[in-house]
Every structure is written in C-alpha cells, then in structure tokens.
Design a protein around this ligand. Structure first.
Ligand code: SF4
Ligand code: SF4
Length: 437
C-alpha cells in the first residue's frame, strides 16, 4: 500500500439522513436484548426471569475475551431469557424485557477521579463499543496499557456512502464529543487530539474549532481533512493519510501507537464519565429508497427492525424489499425483521426491490475496473480465482489479509462478480485454517 494516491470511489449516493438532530423513538412494550454482537462480542446474563429492572440495570456481563456489559434499555421486568435468531442468522441468547410505566433509572456510581485507570474502567463498565473494530472500546486500552498510544485520531464524520451518524453527533452533541475526546486523550500519551473531517465538511470543522476556542478548553488539538472518497475513513487508510504511518496485516495500530476513535465513542464516553450513564442505545442512520422518513435515530438496545421500519415509514410493502445492515457496498442483507438492532449497527438501509439491480454473475471480462478502485492495491481477480480453486498459498502471496472488505471491487464490476464476498470468505477460512485468534 502506498502512502498517497489511494484509490476508492467518489460520492455516488445522495445521503438523505443529514442536517437534522438525532430523533428519539417512543418507548415500545418489549425489548429483546441480544447477548452476542456480530458473532464476536459475547455476554452472559446476570438477571433471572421475573427480576424487576430499571433503565441502566446490568443485564449481562462479559463472557470470554471479547465480552461486554449490557444494560437494560428501559424499566420493566425480565420476561424471558431465550435463544433467538440474531440479524446475522445465528442463534444466541436474548433477554426479553417487558416495559413498565415507572420510568425508573439506575445510574452508575460517580467516578472518584479521572485517573487513566479509572477512565479505562469506566469505558469497560459503561459498555462502550468501538464501531470501527467491532470490539468493546476498553480492550485496546486495558490489555496493552493505555499509555502505549502516542497518536489519537477522532473521526468526526464519514466518507461512507450512507452513514451520517458521526457527522450528526458532532454537529448536535459537540460539547459531549470534545469532552469525551479529552478523556480518551487523558488515557493515552498522545498530548494532542487530531480531529479528522471529510474535506466536504469545512463548515462543521470550523464550528468545532470555534466551539473549543470559545469554551476555553485547555487542550491541544488539530484538525485534518481527508478526501471525500470511500473508504478513506477506514483506519488503515486514515493512518497513512493523516499520520503517514503504514499499517499492514502484519503490523498493528498498537505497534505504531495509534488509537482511532469516533465522535460517537467520545459522546458515549463523556456520558459515562460526566453523567454516569451506561450505553443503552445505538445511534443509527436509517435511509434507503423505501424509507419515508430517513434520519438519524436513537434506538434503544433490543428494539426490533420491524418496529423501527414502522417508525420511519415504508413506501412499498413489497415482500422483496431489501433490508441491509451497513452501507450499499459492503452491508449485509437481513432476512428477519423480528431480529433486534445491534449496538454495532451503524446504518440500516431499506431498499425497494424494483430499483435493485438483478445480480447474476457472469465470467470476468478482464476489464481491470476492480483493480483500479481497490484502495489497498491488491488484485481482486487473482484473489477471487485463488479462493475458487482453494489455493491458499496464492491467497497469501497476494495479500488476501490486506483486504479491508470495502466492497468497491464488486460494486464496479460489470460482470457482477461477488468479489468482495468471496475475498472476505477467503480471509475467514484462511484464518480458521491457521487457527488464528
Ligand atoms: S473489498 Fe477488498 S479487494 Fe475489494 S476493493 Fe475493497 S479492499 Fe480491495
Ligand atoms: S471488474 Fe469484474 S469483469 Fe472487470 S476485471 Fe474485475 S472481476 Fe473482471
């Protein structure tokens, strides 16, 4: 991967969910809180059927290496603990809460001081998740020593074709974001925060600068812009663009001393430190051709996709409409609208069937388009062939693990080849084969 001249795609989708504050949803009667997120983060229940809970009561504690504290989104009663299908199609435990009308809230205890140890513990105890690495946020600071990080980048918006979550939080929750960023900085030895914006967002960056200067916050920061090209906010590309530091599949962010956070993580961290609030909801962009009221919504943990679609309004009830978790290039199609939205969901798209392109693969015509857009300079066609023929040596030789699963290659392929999907599978099976992790 070179340091400059990254490939990728310029904006090609009109973002509808933009420019308005985060919308709150009315409280539902039931919440089915999942205890496994994206097949990685796992938790085990600490409540029993029949227990009364308040909003903020601990429902589940970390199970295993990548565990997370999970809290009740509402006050009510634990109605059941059951195995249920996750949006990814995997059965996992869920805690079913029936809401009552008491609106009881349980906050975390006040922090005694904001020492780095206390801050890392608060990050862990509050259940803050990192939507970039899909891990609990505290892990990168706890296991390695938070002081190992010399650079702190905070993503204030996105070059993603659909997501507007970070941009909206930056715009409408600026005070919490800058305070949360300060807490992240206090844990590291960075000494300075680099706020990163998409170059199309000069206005928001100027607003942030004015906010920090006027509020006389005593901290060192700088603002950097990256080109408005997808997927330039990917951590691997970001590190090269902003810090001129190259991270490869064989090196790590820790080795280079780089911590990357988002404005959403800063917002959640600030709420945990200053207001003693655990994470009980996820802020998501809801958009797509079949959505009547696109926007950025605050969704309580355990809310179903079905309820959310009712709230945002659906234009066509055609059963073939497609629900997607993630962006239009690399999102996953979801089949069960009864499933619960996860704390790791960032974008939810609902697309009308009639405008979706019919996807039928045909043989590669060697046009080279996929190679010309791959942001990490690998050859999707070679990897595709290697995976189909089961040639793992060839996959490794051609840097399969450098793929960041952005989906650019499949998006531009005129033969509609499932390049990104197969390369992602190749990475997965190769890791399994070598018993990584
Ligand atoms: S999905 Fe992987 S191979 Fe395809 S363009 Fe993105 S990084 Fe390159
Ligand atoms: S874009 Fe599609 S058709 Fe063109 S070289 Fe790549 S795989 Fe082949």
């Amino acid at each position: 991967m070179g340091l400059t001249g990254f490939r990728g795609l310029y904006p090609f989708v009109k973002k509808n969910a933009i420019g308005e504050d985060i919308k709150q949803l009315k409280v539902a009667g039931f919440y089915n809180v999942p205890l496994k997120l994206k097949g990685i983060i796992q938790s085990e229940p600490v409540v029993r059927i029949g227990d009364a809970v308040k909003q903020g009561t601990l429902l589940a504690r970390p199970a295993g290496k990548f565990g997370l504290n999970i809290f009740s989104p509402v006050s009510g009663k634990v109605l059941n603990i059951l195995d249920k299908m996750s949006p990814e199609g995997e059965y996992c435990k869920h805690i079913l809460i029936m809401t009552n009308d008491k609106d009881e809230v349980l906050d975390m205890p006040e922090l005694e001081s904001i020492s780095d140890i206390n801050l890392v513990n608060r990050l862990r105890d509050a259940g803050v998740v990192d939507t970039i690495s899909h891990m609990p946020s505290y892990l990168k600071y706890a296991y390695t020593g938070s002081r190992s990080y010399k650079h702190l980048l905070v993503l204030m918006d996105s070059t993603d074709p659909n997501s507007t979550v970070n941009q909206t939080i930056t715009e409408f929750r600026m005070e919490e974001v800058v305070n949360g960023a300060k807490y992240f900085m206090n844990m590291t030895s960075a000494g300075q925060i680099t706020f990163v914006f998409n170059e199309s967002n000069y206005r928001l960056a100027a607003k942030l600068k004015k906010h920090i200067l006027e509020s006389k916050k005593n901290y060192d920061f700088k603002i950097k812009f990256i080109p408005n090209k997808y997927p330039f906010d990917n951590p691997y590309i970001l590190s090269s663009l902003v810090l001129r530091k190259k991270i490869t599949a064989k090196s790590s962010f820790l080795q280079e001393g780089i911590a990357i956070e988002t404005s959403e993580a800063c917002y959640n961290f600030c709420r945990a430190v200053e207001f003693n609030k655990p994470v009980i909801s996820k802020i998501v962009t809801v958009d797509g051709t079949n959505v009547l009221r696109p926007g950025v919504y605050n969704v309580l943990n355990g809310y179903s996709f079905k309820n959310l679609l009712n709230d945002v309004g659906i234009e066509s009830h055609d059963a073939k409409s497609q629900l997607i978790s993630g962006n239009i290039l690399s999102g996953e199609a979801l089949y069960d609208t009864e499933a619960s939205i996860s704390l790791l969901d960032d974008t939810i798209l609902f697309q009308k069937y009639n405008i979706l392109e019919k996807v039928k693969e045909s043989p590669c015509m060697t046009c080279g388009k996929c190679i010309s857009v791959c942001p990490v300079f690998i050859n999707p066609t070679v990897l595709d062939d290697a995976f189909i023929s089961g040639d793992y040596d060839k996959l490794e030789k051609n840097n399969v693990h450098s793929c960041i699963e952005c989906g650019c290659c499949s998006y531009v392929c005129p033969s509609k080849r499932f390049l990104a999907q197969r390369i992602a599978s190749a990475k997965y099976y190769d890791k399994k084969r070598r018993n990584w992790r």
